[in-house]
Each structure stands twice: as structure tokens, then as C-alpha cells.
Design a protein around this ligand. Structure first.
Ligand code: SF4
Length: 63
């Protein structure tokens, strides 16, 4: 699975960080950072993170 976040759409709500802290985080400037190719065992948490994003900024590319 590959993770893509449209940072132009992201409004730093942080739900993704709460749902999958191993993959999503805020840097020192409060900007979202993320692991683009998370480990397979994190896929459930990543899907929950994508579903929780209120502005649908997270796209998952399966495979
Ligand atoms: S939940 Fe969506 S809007 Fe909030 S930080 Fe994550 S990607 Fe950005």
C-alpha cells in the first residue's frame, strides 16, 4: 500500500495522527509528515486514518 496526502487539502486536523501514529505525525512546524510506504501490518490503521480525514486528503494506492 502506498499513502499519498494532498497537503494543499490537508487542514492539519490530526485525526490521521490519532488513528495511525506510526504513519502520520506533525513536524516541529506543525506540518503533516507521513510514511509513504508503511509496513503491511499497519494497513488497517492506515485505512482507518484515511477514513477519518474530514477533508479526504488521504489517498491510498493498494498494491
Ligand atoms: S486527518 Fe486529514 S486534514 Fe487532518 S492532518 Fe490528517 S490528512 Fe490532514
Amino acid at each position: 500500500m502506498r499513502v499519498e496526502v494532498d497537503l494543499a487539502v490537508c487542514e492539519n486536523h490530526g485525526q490521521c495522527v490519532f488513528a495511525a501514529p506510526e504513519v502520520f505525525a506533525f513536524d516541529d512546524d506543525e506540518r503533516l509528515t507521513y510514511v509513504a510506504e508503511p509496513a503491511a501490518e499497519l494497513s488497517t490503521a492506515v485505512r482507518a486514518a484515511a477514513a477519518s480525514c474530514p477533508v479526504r486528503a488521504i489517498t491510498l494506492v493498494e498494491g
